[in-house]
Design a protein around this ligand. Structure first.
Ligand code: NAD
Length: 323
């Protein structure tokens, strides 16, 4: 099974359904990546912060060696962590991440969050996480998003990234980027599910020719494993009566309904699972259409409920910015 693709403003084609790599443990990651490629996934969504890029690279290398896929058939996505926003840090860390993946270019490289943190040397701690001391202290860097974007553009000029984009940007940050970008962001990756539909931001991105990738399509499910309070108290989307009724009507699973709701809007999705049968199920989210009644019903499920906020993970007395 293969995912349809969407043409990015960079001219490259990106699969609409990819595979997410956050919270994939180091001991299972190489096999998970291998199995995902075997199931038909071509887009792999990684990040420095996920702490598993070496193992991702091992999985990719094995899949290429076994003849499952060629490098040029894959669409490898990674992200720049905040402690590497200073202009002179961007290229060296990208080269290190490429080495971990055992490839010489990323298909897409994203700014993970639009805030710069003070540099932490990878020999001290890698991935560095949010805290300067690895514990509680948040230290901001003075580097602006404009400066960091300029360094991201340098990655394209040097052939280290084919497309560049942003993640966790809201409208104002995006508008600002568009004022100075010589290379426009190809994609915007944001949390998006029926409890957080981001309708206006999606309209803005579409208007500007930027493809939106929806992450955490299953809402609270991906955050329960982190023991997050507001995920544990939210009604699971896959058990929501309306979603279950649509699954019965279309003879699909609730997960497929949630993924199709996004892909039918032209959004890319990057679900994650360790189970090969479920990998196949999630990739099969294009073979049917929700009807108007379904779409109207899901529109009513909006709660403006966001899970992936740093303040949901840890308290900090100088971190209020992700409201
Ligand atoms: P997700 O929404 O894909 O949910 C994962 C959970 O759902 C897992 O517990 C999995 O076992 C379960 N699941 C998956 N398919 C299922 C199915 N068909 N039926 C039943 N259960 C199923 O979770 P996520 O990991 O939060 O998000 C997906 C990806 O998005 C991440 O791996 C990462 O690549 C990306 N992401 C990016 C950011 C960012 O800041 N840019 C943040 C979060 C996630």
């Amino acid at each position: 099974m293969a995912s349809p693709t969407v043409k990015l403003n960079s001219g490259h084609d990106m699969p609409l359904c990819g595979f997410g790599l956050w919270k994939v443990s180091n001991d299972t990651c190489a096999d998970t990546v291998y199995n995902a490629i075997k199931a038909g996934y071509r887009l792999l969504d990684g990040a420095c912060d996920y702490g598993n890029e070496k193992e991702c690279g091992d999985g990719v290398a094995r899949a290429i060696k076994d003849g499952l896929v060629k490098r040029e058939e894959l669409f490898i996505v990674s992200k720049l962590w905040q402690t590497f926003h200073d202009v002179d840090r961007v290229e060296p860390i990208t080269r290190r991440q490429l080495a971990d993946w055992q490839v010489d270019y990323f298909d897409l490289f994203l700014i993970h969050f639009p805030v710069a943190l003070e540099y932490v040397d990878p020999s001290v701690r890698y991935p560095p996480g949010w805290h300067y001391d690895g514990d509680k202290e948040i230290r901001w860097s003075k580097t602006t998003n404009q400066e960091t974007w300029g360094a991201m553009e340098g990655l394209v000029e040097k052939g280290l990234a084919r497309s560049i984009g942003v993640s966790n940007y809201q409208a104002q940050t995006l508008y600002d980027t568009l004022k100075y970008a010589k290379i426009r962001p190809a994609t915007l990756q944001i949390e998006l599910h029926p409890y957080l539909q981001q309708a206006e931001l999606v309209k803005l991105a579409k208007h500007e020719g930027i493809v939106v990738t929806a992450y955490s399509s299953f809402g609270p499910t991906g955050f329960i494993e982190l023991d997050m309070d507001n995920a544990k108290t939210a009604a699971p989307l896959m058990e929501h009566d309306a979603i279950k009724a649509m699954a019965t009507k279309h003879n699909k699973t609730p997960a497929q309904i949630l993924l199709r709701w996004a892909t039918q809007q032209g959004l890319a999705v990057i679900p994650k699972t360790g189970r090969p049968a479920v990998m196949l199920q999630n990739l099969d989210c294009f073979s049917f259409d929700l009807d108007e009644e379904d779409i109207k019903r899901i529109a009513k499920m909006e709660l403006n409920l966001k899970f992936n906020k740093p303040t949901n993970y840890f308290p900090a007395d100088n971190l209020w910015i992700f409201g």
